[in-house]
Design a protein around this ligand. Sequence first.
Ligand code: CA
Length: 229
Amino acid sequence: MRGTLIAVVEDETSIAEVISLYLRRAGYQVQVYHDGQAALNGMERQMPALVVLDIMLPSLDGFALTRWLRDRSDTPIIMLTARREESDRIAGLEMGADDYVVKPFSPQELVSRVRAVLRRANKSAQDSAETPLVFTDLHIDPLSRTVIVAEQEQFLTAKEFDMLWWMARHPRQVFTRDQLLESIWGLSDYIDPSTVTVHIRRLREKIEANPSEPRHLLTVWGVGYKFEP
Ligand code: CA
């Protein structure tokens, strides 16, 4: 299995380097951003599994990025706080950060926090895995594996259902074809990525009022696909 992607948003290059070194050694993929706006642009294209976020950053600070992230995803956030001031930590947690580490910190401790936060996030994702998702014109029930579109049941193949369920559970997150292959088929090396394209097309025919102008299953040009709630 490929490494889980962690974004490290930290303007101090020496700290960013040490963090990414330790995370890579622990088996994670790491994307480093040195300022807030670059991080926002990058995460809009590809949402990481977790964000290590410094508070004091050029262009957009860690608080602004936390608000932006919480508007669109449950991606866990671990804040790096430069000051020992409690107020920063409380503000971060209240905005939705999952944990924080006070500088100076041991990189090994940060890696342990990353592991723990990801474990918690996966557990709560499992707990919500059996709850139906209801959108205005679309109802997806994971237990009976039924999909209802505008009050009509649609019959999906097993993989079509798996793909719709996966994408709908990660709204607005952009997936490449390889990521979808890995998440839904689990064997990205042995299946043609065009399989994903075919499944997206069939799903659009089943769940979109107008498949040529989809409202839920959107193409993100040059990257992949996303589900818009
Ligand atoms: Ca900083």
